[in-house]
Design a protein around this ligand. Structure first.
Ligand code: SAH
Length: 355
């Protein structure tokens, strides 16, 4: 039952030990005055101020304190409305942990993430954050799926920021759990700033980013000696601009690896843009779809064939473009010769300044 008590202008008495009454006092900030009574003896002088409401502030499982306060109140302040508040006195502001939960494999959650979850009172988790058994890692915590609200709409970012701040200001430790790493297309920085502005301490706990770990699950590296000595992570959420495509075309041509996230819808545009700018048509492309989940699918193609081969790609998926993709081809396929050639090169003797 949710009961709203209108206390504006009233005298409110808070009964209970000082730590508890201090903690709940903010709820009655509209009251004309608040009297804090740490002991039943203090009720006698307080009675002269005629409180209309007495709030017994005790722990939920404190079997003795509640009845003894109730008896004392009934005796000293007959007719005063009595209610109970069991909020625990945590005292200080809570900490927000911005946690990267990795790409979906249980073992890819870090020890630091587990520790933070264990000390959290509230968990704000994205709908698809890949954490199984969250209740196990955060026992006793309230778990809120901020990817979903009653109307099935996503909770807006600002509201998530506000929730984190409010819980922390109420003294709770908050675990904000995200897929992969919080700082790789995870809006981690916005959440960090929102907390900092509100004076809430934040601890960032890096996670294993899917941009590297998902291709790695199929044997595709980001760098390879004598093949690729640089890689970049790109968001394909919006179509890449001409300037970005110009840069990326030069980057791939120079041996760089692109890990493209959120790029399923815009993939035809990205691929066409790179081809138009002269990137080698046979540049290998790998797609890693739903990795570590149901519907996992790994496919290989080339830039010139990608539009056709990968037309039915579905999110979440990562597309890797670059010669390193050949390293992931399963041996025994028609393409295995390319893989072998690549690995021979990487293993070959000789100085390589870059890799
Ligand atoms: N912060 C996350 C990325 C968030 S953006 C990280 O560091 O991993 C979300 C994108 O990540 C998805 O659109 C998809 O491109 C990619 N992704 C995340 N997990 C994935 C998975 N298990 N399989 C395939 N793609 C995945």
């Amino acid at each position: 039952m949710y009961l709203h008590l209108e206390t504006s202008g009233a005298v409110v008495l808070l009964a209970g030990d000082a730590e508890r009454t201090a903690r709940v006092a903010h709820k009655y900030k509209d009251a004309a005055s608040i009297i804090q009574c740490p002991t039943p003896q203090a009720l006698v002088p307080a009675a002269a101020l005629r409180p209309v409401l007495a709030v017994i502030c005790v722990a939920e499982n404190d079997q003795d304190a509640f009845p003894s306060w109730r008896t004392a109140l009934a005796k000293t302040l007959p007719g005063t409305l009595i209610t109970v508040d069991t909020e625990d006195p945590i005292g200080t502001v809570g900490t927000v942990f911005l946690i990267g939960a990795g790409p979906g494999l249980a073992g890819y959650m870090t020890v630091a993430a587990h520790r933070a979850l264990a000390s959290s009172d509230v968990v704000l988790i994205d709908h698809l954050a890949p954490v199984t058994d969250i209740e196990l890692w955060a026992p006793g915590a309230e778990i809120i799926d901020v990817g979903k609200v009653p109307g099935e709409h996503k909770v807006p970012q600002r509201q998530i920021d506000q929730m984190m701040v409010n819980y922390a200001l109420a003294g709770k430790n908050v675990a904000r759990v995200k897929g992969g790493d919080p700082y790789v297309f995870g809006r981690g920085t916005e959440e960090l700033y929102a907390c900092e502005r509100a004076g809430v301490p934040v601890e960032v706990i890096s996670g294993v980013t899917s941009s590297i770990a998902v291709p790695a699950s199929a044997g595709v590296p980001m760098t390879l000696r004598k093949v690729s000595h640089m890689f970049t992570v790109v968001s394909g959420h919006a179509e890449l601009t001409d300037a970005e495509l110009d840069l990326l075309a030069g980057f791939v041509t120079s041996g760089g690896t692109i890990s493209l996230l959120m790029g399923v819808r815009t993939l035809p545009h990205t691929v066409a843009g790179l081809l138009e700018r002269g990137v080698e048509a046979r540049t290998p492309v790998g797609t890693f779809e739903n990795v570590y989940r149901e519907g996992e699918r790994v496919r290989y193609s080339t830039l010139e064939r990608a539009a056709e081969d990968l037309a039915d790609l579905r999110p979440p998926a990562i597309t890797v473009i670059g010669r390193v993709v050949d390293a992931g081809y399963a041996s025994g396929t028609d393409e295995s010769a390319r893989r072998d050639a690549l690995l021979q090169l990487a293993l070959s003797e000789g100085r390589d300044a870059k890799a």
